[in-house]
Design a protein. Structure first.
Length: 318
């Protein structure tokens, strides 16, 4: 059994960037960090960031130290990775060449798999309904349905993130963009297919944040569609809606991924739902934003069982 002291020694002697280079990865120096194409998923723009003690991918979310990196790149377990790193000095040119070949084969397999997934998602998005802008009646209906001010739906539509359509035979309001979207029924009822649920992610949707663009504005990050509208209302009522960028994550399972880089140097406020899944998601987004060198990251935890929309309603009724 390998001891903790031995593990610490192996990590100290094998920083993540050295492990990456030995596997044929070509990181480029950027300040105190290194940046490279991720070896765990196919990408054209580098999102694999390597620091002194760990590496993180903004694209797929991979995170780990040098031992985990060796294990992942060599397709071996933790114990074998420790043994391999501990014996790096005796590595032969033949073993190094085999490792390089494994990396090339892995990249090729990832490229083929992700291209298949990309084509499949594009094909699924052809099933999307025809999205259209809402008129005053539509926007007012959403405002009354969510018990919020008219400014919320109006601003969301002006930003290009609120749409309307017939989905699964029902009138629906939809938050999203051209590759990611989620629909809710305009009558306020649950979707009945499968387990009854409020929000229905459209087929082929990507898992990326809605509304996060390159900007210097501070960011408010919220989990769902109703939260997004409620936050826009709060900012409008305070006269500061043009001073913040509101970002919708379309659910607790979403990741910032490669888009996290847009948070560099910006203040970020995350509103966490008052339940376990929401709080766990907020902590994950905080880690991604922090690793992306956000200027500051604050998590605001709402009362248990509440989201931003519920909290806004209670304040309005008070």
């Amino acid at each position: 059994m390998i001891t903790q002291d031995e593990i610490d020694r192996i990590k100290a002697e094998n920083p993540p960037v050295a492990v990456a280079i030995r596997h044929g990865i070509e990181p480029k120096k950027q300040g105190a960090k290194w940046l490279a194409l991720c070896p765990f998923h196919n990408e054209r723009t580098p999102s694999f960031t390597i620091e002194a003690k760990h590496a993180h991918c903004y694209g797929c979310g991979w995170h780990g130290d040098s031992i985990k990196l060796e294990a992942g790149l060599s397709d071996i377990d933790f114990q074998a990775a420790c043994e391999r790193l501990g014996a790096q000095q005796s590595e032969t040119p033949e073993s190094a060449e085999k490792r390089q070949q494994r990396l090339l084969e892995r990249r090729k397999a990832m490229e083929e798999r992700e291209e298949e997934e990309r084509q499949q998602k594009a094909k699924e998005r052809k099933r999307w309904p025809k999205l259209h802008k809402g008129n005053t009646v539509h926007l007012d209906h959403v405002a009354k349905l969510r018990r919020i001010g008219y400014a919320g739906p109006w601003l969301a539509q002006e930003l290009g993130h609120l749409h309307f359509a017939i989905w699964r035979g029902e009138d629906a309001w939809i938050i999203g963009d051209g590759t990611a979207a989620a629909a809710r029924r305009l009558d306020g009822k649950l979707w009945e297919h499968g387990t009854p649920h409020k929000s229905d992610t459209l087929p082929g949707s990507e898992k990326h944040p809605i509304g996060l663009t390159a900007s210097s504005l501070p960011v408010i990050l919220v989990e769902g569609e109703a939260d997004y509208l409620a936050t826009l209302v709060r900012l409008w009522e305070q006269g500061i809606h043009e001073s913040w960028q509101v970002v919708c994550m379309l659910g607790a399972s979403a990741r910032l991924g490669r888009h996290a880089k847009r948070l560099q140097g910006r203040d970020v406020v995350i509103y966490a739902h008052g339940e376990e899944a929401g709080q766990a998601a907020a902590q994950r987004w905080k880690e991604e934003a922090t690793f992306a060198d956000a200027k500051s990251v604050t998590v605001c935890e709402l009362p248990m069982g509440q989201d931003v929309n519920d909290f806004t309603r209670e304040e309005a009724d008070a």
